[in-house]
Design a protein around this ligand. Structure first.
Ligand SMILES: [Fe+2]
Ligand SMILES: [Fe+2]
Length: 208
């Protein structure tokens, strides 16, 4: 049975993720780097890429919350809690960067939060091996995605690049933590389906 208190706490957390401003304990990477002179279309492009990354972090919040609601192993959950805290920092960094670039957050965040929360909750029900396998595969795909963004971001946008670079290191570590705690290797069709879902998210949140 799902504990009603935990359900309320995670609902509250979901609302805050989507509608409130996230707070980071770590300073945003690249804070002391100079602001770029980006203008026009390249500034919009950088803001749109950071909007995609912010939405990705909204999804990460939802996944970690969803699996925490249904997963049982306290040891695994405490190992994942550090990763979940870092996801909150990523959320705050990307949000701050969008604002600095004069952009806005995605209108679709509530939808993506709900979908990712449901996926996380299902993964949590499947037991540690698959729950961790799903998290590890998610984090690996995020690393690849962020590597793509390091190519796509304007070279002069040092601040965005510093944030994305640091997130990439964190996500790779999150995957390692999941593997160290016994993540199973997901079957290829599941991995492809996850890629497809994240493509829908990245393509739509770039514009909306
Ligand atoms: Fe993240
Ligand atoms: Fe992560």
């Amino acid at each position: 049975m799902i504990d009603i208190d935990r359900l309320i706490v995670s609902f509250d957390r979901g609302l805050r993720t989507v509608f409130a401003q996230a707070v980071s304990t770590r300073a945003a990477p690249g804070e002391d780097l100079p602001e770029s002179e980006l203008r026009g279309r390249s500034r919009e492009h950088a803001a749109a890429l950071m909007r995609v990354n912010h939405t990705g972090e909204v999804c990460a919040q939802a996944l970690y919350q969803g699996q925490a609601l249904t997963a049982r192993n306290a040891e695994v959950q405490s190992a994942l809690s550090r990763a979940a805290e870092e996801e909150t920092e990523h959320l705050a960094w990307t949000e701050q960067r969008i604002a600095e670039l004069g952009g806005r957050k995605s209108l679709l965040n509530p939808v993506f939060y709900a979908g990712s929360f449901a996926m996380g909750a299902v993964a949590g029900l499947l037991g540690d091996r698959w729950n961790l396998g799903f998290l590890a595969e998610t984090e690996r795909q995020v690393v690849q995605h962020l590597e793509g963004h390091l190519e796509a971001l304007p070279p002069e946008d040092l601040k965005s690049r510093a944030i994305v670079g640091e997130m990439r290191l964190d996500e790779a570590r999150h995957a390692t933590v999941a593997v160290e705690h016994g993540a199973g290797e997901l079957p290829a069709p599941a991995r492809s389906l996850m890629r497809l879902a994240s493509r829908v998210m990245t393509r739509t949140s770039y514009w909306l």
